[in-house]
Design a protein around this ligand. Structure first.
Ligand SMILES: C[S@@+](CC[C@H](N)C(=O)[O-])C[C@H]1O[C@@H](n2cnc3c(N)ncnc32)[C@H](O)[C@@H]1O
Length: 362
């Protein structure tokens, strides 16, 4: 293999030389530098979440960089379990462990076979596959102890937002219709799936961090075993209907609704604020923490409130709404999007009043 040495966070590691292989997708072992933020935020979450001595399993390891970063940077990993179905990946993982002086159990198995063998033994399971994590979620819960952290990355964003309806139904068991806030629908679609699988495995989930970044969705949730508590997952599963601006939560599927979706909290603002105190991506984390404090499972977009071809800027919009007594914050999910503790009609009225008072002052 033609290798190059790279650095990410506090580790150095070998990856295939993309110059020699043409692209990250044709290289013999997969490493995507565009996932650095995903890995860094996960390090911060582990640091914030963790007691020491955690058993962490990353069953789709690639070069091993993610797990090695968790071990070196989080300070909470007691035992690291890495795995990949590719022999070349496993060789590279071993090499990368060695140059970082990190110990790990390394396997060369199908991720699901390994997760089922690891039954009840992990504190953290991180599923970071190509495309959809859905085929590995049952296995991830099997491998978890009585309680733990389950993390999943999904790069099949087009499927999750409903652009491929049949695939979405197959992978996630959901039906998604078009809305202006389709990114949040995609994120809630993934969480809804994880919550339903969790329930099937008798776990209740509490999302700690969920977000979107252009080419992927990321979800990390605390999970605790218990049949009765697992029933609670369904308090947060529902359908969302969107019609001419108006958004509604429905408790059963109906014509034109999207779901089943997770309509509960996307994350824990306290944990996210703590993460922002100790690491990079502070501005992004601050936006997440603010968003998580608004319970509505959707956001609005400025063009929805355009009058005479004009719409307020995001800053103006948030200011106008707050002055009108409607708490509003910007969302990380769209540059023209904001979340608000108010219904579409209330938000529209607040903007209309603002526009007419601005005119009367001229
Ligand atoms: C997206 S890459 C992992 C990237 C890595 N987690 C990181 O952060 O750099 C997915 C990896 O899963 C491996 N893989 C695919 N199917 C698998 C399976 N069924 N069991 C185990 N590994 C698998 C691939 O060989 C690939 O290395």
């Amino acid at each position: 293999m033609n290798l190059v040495l790279r650095r990410e966070g506090a580790v150095v590691f070998y990856t295939p030389d993309v110059e020699k292989y043409g692209s990250i997708y044709s290289a013999p072992v997969f490493y995507n530098p565009a996932m650095e933020k995903n890995r860094t935020l996960s390090v911060l979450l582990l640091k914030t979440y963790g007691e020491k001595g955690l058993v962490v399993c990353e069953p789709l390891s690639g070069t091993g960089v993610r797990g090695i970063r968790y071990a070196v940077e989080s300070g909470v990993v007691g035992k690291l379990i890495l795995n990949d179905i590719s022999k070349e990946a496993v060789e590279l993982i071993k090499k990368n462990l060695e140059i970082n002086g990190v110990d790990a159990e390394v396997y060369n198995e199908d991720a699901n076979a390994l997760l089922h063998k690891l039954k009840d033994s992990c504190d953290v399971v991180d599923i970071d596959p190509f495309g959809s994590p859905a085929p590995f979620i049952h296995g991830a819960f099997r491998a978890l102890k009585e309680e733990g952290l389950i993390c999943a990355t999904a790069t099949d964003t087009a499927v999750l937002v409903g652009r491929y309806p049949r695939k979405c139904l197959r992978r996630y068991g959901s039906v998604i219709v078009k809305t202006p806030f389709y990114i949040e629908i995609g994120l809630r679609n993934l969480l809804g799936y994880i919550a339903r699988v969790a329930a099937a495995e008798d776990y209740k989930i509490t999302p700690l961090m969920s977000y979107w970044e252009g080419h992927y969705f990321r979800v990390c949730a605390y999970a605790a075993r218990g049949a009765r508590d697992a029933d609670d997952n369904f308090h947060h599963i529902a359908y969302i209907k969107y019609e001419r601006g108006v958004r509604k939560i429905l408790h059963a599927q109906s014509e034109g609704s999207s779901g089943p979706l997770w309509v509960g909290p996307l994350g824990d603002p306290l944990i996210i604020n703590k993460m922002s105190e100790i690491g990079p991506y502070q501005d992004f984390l601050k936006i997440l923490a603010e968003e998580y404090s608004i319970s509505a499972p959707w956001f609005y977009r400025l063009p929805e409130f355009a009058a005479g071809g004009k719409s307020p800027t995001l800053k103006e919009a948030v200011g106008v709404l707050r002055a009108a007594g409607i708490y509003a914050v910007k969302t990380h999910m769209a540059p023209d999007g904001f979340k608000a503790d108010g219904e579409y009609g209330e938000v529209l009225m607040a903007f209309k009043r603002y526009i007419s008072s601005a005119h009367s002052l001229q």
